[in-house]
Design a protein. Structure first.
Lengths: 242, 243
């Protein structure tokens, strides 16, 4: 199995504060990696560096072999990214926003329309396609962000808290969608919901204070203690107190 | 270039999806028309030209253009969409250029909507329409320079009020640098600076355009001025994007 995501000694310092400290891992096709950690642990910063938004202080990352620092545009072509909070342009309609995403990824005419229609079908957005995004509920907004990330059928998906703010049914829908896409992609999701990790992730990394504390399967992690929750606490609490 | 145009199209549609475009255009048309006919003595001058209009537009743009640019990057930061925009497969340079082009086209639309003035002078007399065309070209270039300055400043701060005030101040510096008050003051006290002040003055460059004289030097000036500020914009976005 080839690694679609390679993170190589990635470090990010903000002044004297080290947000991400020498983090390395790879994700292969077919893997769904759950990225866990307390708030401020460096999850989002790591994902932002992987997406080419934050420039690493040292180290680098590669997406499908393309270096995110040296060849950012080539790397971003292979990437579908849902930023934290799923930002979108509020005054645009759903269809208009997705058309923008399609055009900027180089799709034109009927191909663009097919891809937009497909992305809307996957995220069940057809009913609101002509509504301005600002009039939508939180769950719909999140799905618009997700549709934008899936539009070009990228081999690598990086989703920062994809189910945050969704109701239980919508959470279930998104998890089903991720599981369904998993075999053909390398997927990284960050989440605070540990049951989500057990449900959809084939692998989990626990990070705190910028360092990787555990990298294993959710089942193996859970077997280290009474429950995954307890293991998570045992691993991350001493770190926070230090 | 394709990426820049896609960004520009989205931006331009964004102006018209919000009241920003309509408020800007209506205020611009009312103010430019009112100033031309009242302070500009449009009828009493007895000549069929648009000199008063071309005299007022740069000063109107001094306040209106920074109002347009203050939200350019600040809004993207506030909404978090800057993270979306800069993780799409385009270079930062394309994003900067796209935003600038959209705002420039928008200013062009506002200028084009002053066409009743052109019809009026043509109805009243026989103006030199070539001079009117170069006058409009000059106004568009001034809008471009103010936009480039304002956009770069907008990339430096999250606060829209700060972006507006700083952009007005910096634009005013370049607008006023060639005015008699400044040059006379400088030539008596600091003769070395007087030449520089005239050299960077936007209004000085514009006076040729409104008289129908377009020189290569002026065009090179405007192109390099806009280019420099767009470059500064790209650098600012790169350094401040994730703050």
């Amino acid at each position: 199995m080839s690694a679609l995501i390679e993170i190589d000694r990635l470090t990010k310092r903000f002044g004297s504060f080290t947000a991400v400290d020498d983090v390395s891992f790879t994700v292969a096709r077919g893997e769904v990696l759950g990225f866990l950690g307390p708030n401020g642990a460096g999850k989002s910063t790591t994902m932002k560096m992987l997406a080419g938004f934050v420039t690493p202080s040292s180290g680098t990352a590669r997406i499908c072999g393309e270096d995110v620092v040296d060849r950012p545009v080539a790397a971003k072509r292979h990437l579908g990214y849902l930023p934290e909070g799923a930002p979108t342009y509020p005054e645009m309609t759903v269809a208009g926003f997705l058309a923008f995403a399609a055009h900027i990824r180089g799709f034109r005419g009927s191909e663009a329309e097919d891809r937009i229609a497909h992305a809307m079908r996957l995220t069940t957005l057809e009913g609101v396609r002509l509504q301005p995004i600002e009039t939508l509920s939180k769950g719909f907004k999140r799905r618009v962000g997700l549709a934008q990330a899936l539009l070009h059928d990228p081999p690598v998906l990086v989703l920062d808290e994809p189910t945050d703010g969704l109701d239980p049914n919508q959470k279930h829908e998104v998890r089903r969608l991720i599981s369904q896409m998993a075999p053909s992609k390398a997927i990284v999701i960050s989440t605070h919901i540990l049951e989500e990790v057990s449900a959809i992730c084939s692998r989990a990394i626990i990070i705190a204070r910028g360092r990787i504390l555990a990298d294993s399967t959710p089942a193996e992690l859970a077997s280290r203690g009474p429950s995954l929750d307890a293991v998570f606490r045992a691993l991350t609490l001493p770190q926070e107190a230090a | 270039m394709g990426g820049a145009l896609t960004v520009a199209r989205r931006e331009l549609a964004g102006y018209f999806a919000t009241p920003v475009a309509y408020v800007f255009i209506v205020i611009f048309l009312i103010m430019s028309g009112a100033l031309t006919f009242t302070l500009g003595n449009f009828f009493d001058r007895g000549t069929a030209d648009l000199q008063p209009f071309f005299g007022f537009v740069p000063w109107l743009f001094l306040f209106l253009v920074p109002a347009l640019t203050m939200r350019l990057w600040a809004e993207e930061r506030r909404l978090g969409t800057i993270e979306l925009l800069l993780t799409l497969p385009i270079t930062q340079w394309q994003a900067v250029l796209g935003k600038f082009l959209a705002a420039w086209v928008f200013c062009g639309i506002a200028l084009a909507l002053t066409f009743p003035l052109v019809l009026t002078v043509n109805y009243l007399g026989n103006p030199d329409n070539g001079v009117i065309a170069t006058g409009y070209a000059g106004c568009l270039l001034v809008a471009g320079t103010y936009l480039a300055v304002g956009a770069a400043i907008s990339a430096l701060t999250k606060n829209q009020v700060i972006a507006f005030v700083l952009a007005v101040a910096v634009c005013f510096l370049f607008a006023a640098a060639g005015s008699p008050v400044v040059t006379e003051f400088l030539s008596t006290r600091l003769p070395a600076l007087a030449e520089i002040a005239r050299g960077i003055s936007i209004t000085d460059r514009l006076s040729g355009f409104s008289r129908g004289v377009v020189t290569l030097r002026d065009i090179v000036f405007f192109a390099s001025f806009i280019g420099f500020w767009l470059f500064a914009n790209a650098v600012a976005v790169d350094h401040r994007k994730a703050d």
